[in-house]
Ligand binder design. Structure first.
Ligand code: MN
Length: 491
């Protein structure tokens, strides 16, 4: 049961200097507004508000976000308005609550509503990402209390979580929250697969965890003897839903999953990361092709870490994940890390540029594409699937969907480059324009200034919405020009 005392203790610990009196006032205000309201499981409504705020406090977010968490359902479910909240708690808190209220209670009723909800999410996200963080915390608690709802609602909420909320958490780099949301939704959406995954993996995972735990001190000593002050060395069991998804790609063969349990090593700085990996390779033989340097080449969502898979004792295979404190914060909390309380300065309110760019793009599409069906399709391709990252000749990283081609790359750089693209070099070799790019490729576009425009055939293979739209509009313009010519000739 979530209590105000619990929230207060947590905020005092994670966010020293926060105005606890304001927090208490927000709680009393919410408790009064929700007085007499019960949730379906019989608990007082305000407990849900507190649970949402506790998740935000655990992420060490700023006080305004936590207060907005406490107040998030007040305008939606009671007669109290956002204006009154603004009078009591100021514009920042009220702005966040207004954002949440605008999203409304998302209801999954058919395609139209679904697309509408997504549009609302992205508009809110562009205005203030913290609104989405509150929504995700709200969803986490709703999932934890899903048992008391009728089956139809359970299905709707759990599905929506797998289709919308978890991918957004992932895209925002919030690995920990994404894993929790998915695992809670998993058992409702795919009950049989959930049972099967647990039955198949649990014993093996526990066995591996025991082995890893026994190895821990040895690893610590190995690093510390060479002067690395480890911040933490711990075993990390893979979340069940992501394990299930991986098994689908590996013929359901558990022995092909090497990160069932990973050893996570947190060290003070970047140099220590590479130093530690060297020491691990001198002690355990690495599997070839399994060393991944996400520090030099971060994932599109900003994830940074070194990964390596090695042969342990008794034919065991173990994955190591090595990162510094800052990388770890980002891997666990993603964009939320940017609003976290930091000793000394207040908090940085800037998002990393790649996230800003992504959110802006989403906002553009939701304005441009009026047809909901088409909007959903493009979102599914552009956002909710795996992305690759490739390089320009200058070394800039470009983030594209899976199976993107040089034409997608060209349009991503600039519409003029896309329109006049006549060839491409990948890793310095000439390739056809429909070649599939893979992460790490160095891509160079050959531009022909005399080329009249894109070819209609490109529509067969381009992946991004951006490229499609440009090609289609060129084709349309060309057709209407031709029609004009013909009709003139007829006359
Ligand atoms: Mn709520």
């Amino acid at each position: 049961m979530a209590t105000f005392e619990e929230l207060k203790t947590l905020v005092a610990k994670n966010n020293p200097g926060a105005d606890l009196t304001m927090l208490e006032l927000a709680y009393e205000f919410a408790a009064k507004a929700h007085a007499g309201q019960k949730r379906l499981d019989g608990t007082d409504y305000v407990e849900h508000s507190l649970a949402t705020a506790i998740t935000l406090a655990e992420m060490r977010l700023d006080l305004s976000t936590i207060m907005a968490g406490v107040l998030h359902d007040v305008p939606e479910d009671t007669s109290v308005t956002v204006t009154e909240i603004q009078k009591e708690f100021g514009a920042e808190v009220a702005g966040l609550v207004r954002g949440i209220t605008k999203l409304g209670k998302l209801k999954y009723r058919g395609l139209e509503r679904y697309a509408e909800n997504l549009r609302k999410m992205f508009v809110a996200m562009a205005e203030d990402v913290r609104v989405i963080l509150i929504k995700l915390a709200d969803r986490l608690h709703n999932l934890k209390t899903l048992d008391s709802l009728p089956p139809v609602k359970q299905q709707r909420i759990a599905r929506e979580t797998l289709e919308i909320y978890a991918p957004i958490a992932n895209r925002l780099g919030m690995g920990e929250l994404k894993g929790k949301l998915e695992d809670l939704a998993f058992k409702y959406v795919y009950p049989e697969e959930y049972e099967w995954t647990i039955k198949t993996a649990k014993t093996r995972q526990e066995d591996q965890l025991a082995y890893v735990n026994a190895l821990m001190n040895e690893i610590k000593k190995l690093l510390e003897d060479d002067g690395i002050k480890t911040v933490s060395v711990h075993g990390r069991a893979k979340h069940y839903y992501s394990l299930y998804r991986k098994l689908l790609r590996k013929d359901m063969d558990l022995s092909k999953v090497y990160d069932l349990v990973a050893i996570r090593i947190i060290v003070p700085d970047v140099n220590d990361c590479y130093h530690a990996m060297g020491l691990i390779h001198s002690r355990f033989k690495p599997l070839s092709g399994r060393i991944k340097d996400y520090i030099a080449q971060p994932k599109p969502n900003g994830y940074r870490s070194l990964h390596t898979t090695v042969f342990g004792a008794d034919g065991r295979i173990i994955e190591f994940q090595i990162r510094d404190v800052e990388m770890h914060e980002h891997a666990e909390y993603g964009v939320a890390a940017h609003w976290r309380y930091k000793e000394g300065d207040k908090h940085e309110m800037q998002l990393p540029p790649e996230q800003i760019k992504w959110i802006k793009e989403l906002l553009e599409w939701q304005k441009e594409i009026k047809d909901n069906n088409q909007y959903l399709t493009s979102l599914k391709i552009d956002v909710f699937q795996n992305r690759i990252f490739v390089f320009t000749p200058k070394g800039d990283v470009i983030d594209l969907p899976d199976n993107a081609t040089p034409v997608d790359f060209a349009y991503h750089i600039h519409s003029d480059i896309g329109d006049h693209c006549s060839g491409a070099k990948v890793n310095e070799k000439l390739v056809t324009l429909d070649s599939k790019l893979i992460s790490g490729d160095l891509v160079e576009i050959v531009v022909d200034k005399n080329r009249p425009g894109p070819s209609e055939d490109w529509l067969e293979f381009v992946r991004t919405n951006q490229a499609k739209e440009h090609i289609k509009s060129y084709v349309k313009r060309k057709r209407s020009k031709l029609l004009n010519l013909f009709s003139r000739r007829d006359r």
